[in-house]
Design a protein around this ligand. Structure first.
Ligand code: SF4
Length: 360
């Protein structure tokens, strides 16, 4: 079944590390953008959908009514299954009773909340608009509105951050009893204020220590480490994101939204005005050439399930070249192979780029 993604490009202000396509939008722009999303989805063939994801930007800034309107247009056009996973990304400073009531009434069952840190100095350095008490309050409020599937984001590898300091954030976040955690290392993206400030980040070894300490702590707390950056309580994997890692089909609607449909990749331009004006998505040649085997290896080796032998053989033929690279890595604890296939270990995740390059 298809995964449906809506990109919401509005943010109240720009975080210091962010190079995503987002900007502050007026109410009129948000109305026009919502209407464009509702209109545009009808230009794609109707088919069954079992995951819907509102990403951004800050989808919660769009408000519950507009999100409900998009969902209702999607329900009229696509066959959205009754048990579909419907996720909305939220920032703590734009979560209130009105938003959560509307999302709950519209059938949204999963929220992904950008917490990032429990330390105020780190939140200020990142240019986040919220404090940790606000994030905690937002999570508690979501619980009172009946949300039983919450994913929280954290960042590590921040300037001056020790492993101990990051683990304090982990402890504070675990107290909120999330079902899912996404933990990303900070990258200094060119053109961002943080990149221009040239801060000193923890070195690679320090970041590796922090990552492995995180993995150990979350395993002890009962989380399954199912993808390089993602951890969940049993039964709470992010079904929409799994479509990306499985090379399943997804349709992305909105400025800068990417799709993989009928074996083709295409993306709408990074321009909300053009999207509102009816711009068409660019075909795959314009968004980069697509090598299915390289992409499959890259995406599957991000996951703890890794590469299934039978699935690989069905798609690409002989599995031997994969085994020839990964089997020797078992001896140093970077990979594990069985009769069913091969996957990287947590140690292997740390050097996954080098391993994947060798495979490709
Ligand atoms: S809230 Fe997210 S998308 Fe918006 S500026 Fe911050 S990091 Fe970027």
């Amino acid at each position: 079944m298809l995964g449906l993604y809506f990109h919401i490009p509005f943010c109240a202000s720009k975080c210091a590390y962010c190079d995503f396509y987002s900007f502050p939008g007026s109410a009129a722009q948000m109305d026009a953008y919502t209407a464009a999303l509702c209109g545009r989805l009808r230009s794609f063939p109707a088919q069954p959908v079992d995951t819907v994801y509102f990403g951004g930007g800050t989808p919660s800034l769009l408000g519950g009514e507009r999100i409900a309107a998009v969902l209702s247009a999607a329900r009229r056009h696509f066959n959205i299954t009754p048990d579909a996973e419907i996720t909305v990304e939220c920032n703590p400073d734009s979560m209130d009773d009105a938003l959560l009531s509307a999302l709950s009434a519209a059938g949204v069952g999963r929220l992904s909340i950008g917490v990032q840190s429990a330390h105020e100095d780190e939140l200020r350095l990142l240019g986040r608009r919220h404090t940790f008490p606000q994030a905690r309050q937002a999570v508690l409020l979501a619980r009172t509105h009946g949300f039983r599937n919450l994913s929280l984001d954290l960042m590590y590898g921040l300037p001056g951050q020790s492993t101990e300091k990051f683990l304090e954030s982990v402890e504070r976040v675990l107290e909120l009893r999330p079902e899912h955690l996404s933990c990303y290392g900070l990258k200094l993206e060119e053109g961002t204020p943080l990149h221009r400030a040239q801060p000193v980040l923890p070195d690679d070894d320090a970041q590796a220590d922090t990552y492995l300490a995180l993995c150990r702590r979350l395993a002890a707390a009962g989380f399954v480490h199912y993808e390089i950056s993602n951890f969940c309580k049993p039964g709470f994997r992010a079904r929409h994101n799994e479509k990306y890692w499985d090379l399943s089909e997804y349709l992305g609607i909105g400025a800068a939204a990417h799709s993989f449909l009928d074996g083709r990749r295409f993306a709408f331009p990074r321009d909300a005005s053009a999207f509102i004006g009816g711009a068409s998505p660019e075909p795959e040649e314009a968004v980069g050439s697509f090598d299915p085997r390289a992409e499959y290896l890259m995406l599957r080796l991000r996951t703890s399930d890794g590469i299934c032998r039978a699935d690989y053989q069905r798609r690409f033929g002989d599995f031997t070249p994969v085994e020839q690279v990964l089997r020797p890595l078992e001896r140093c604890g970077l990979a594990a192979c069985t009769v069913d296939g091969c996957h990287l270990t947590e140690q292997g995740f740390l050097v996954s780029n080098a391993i994947i390059s060798q495979l490709i």
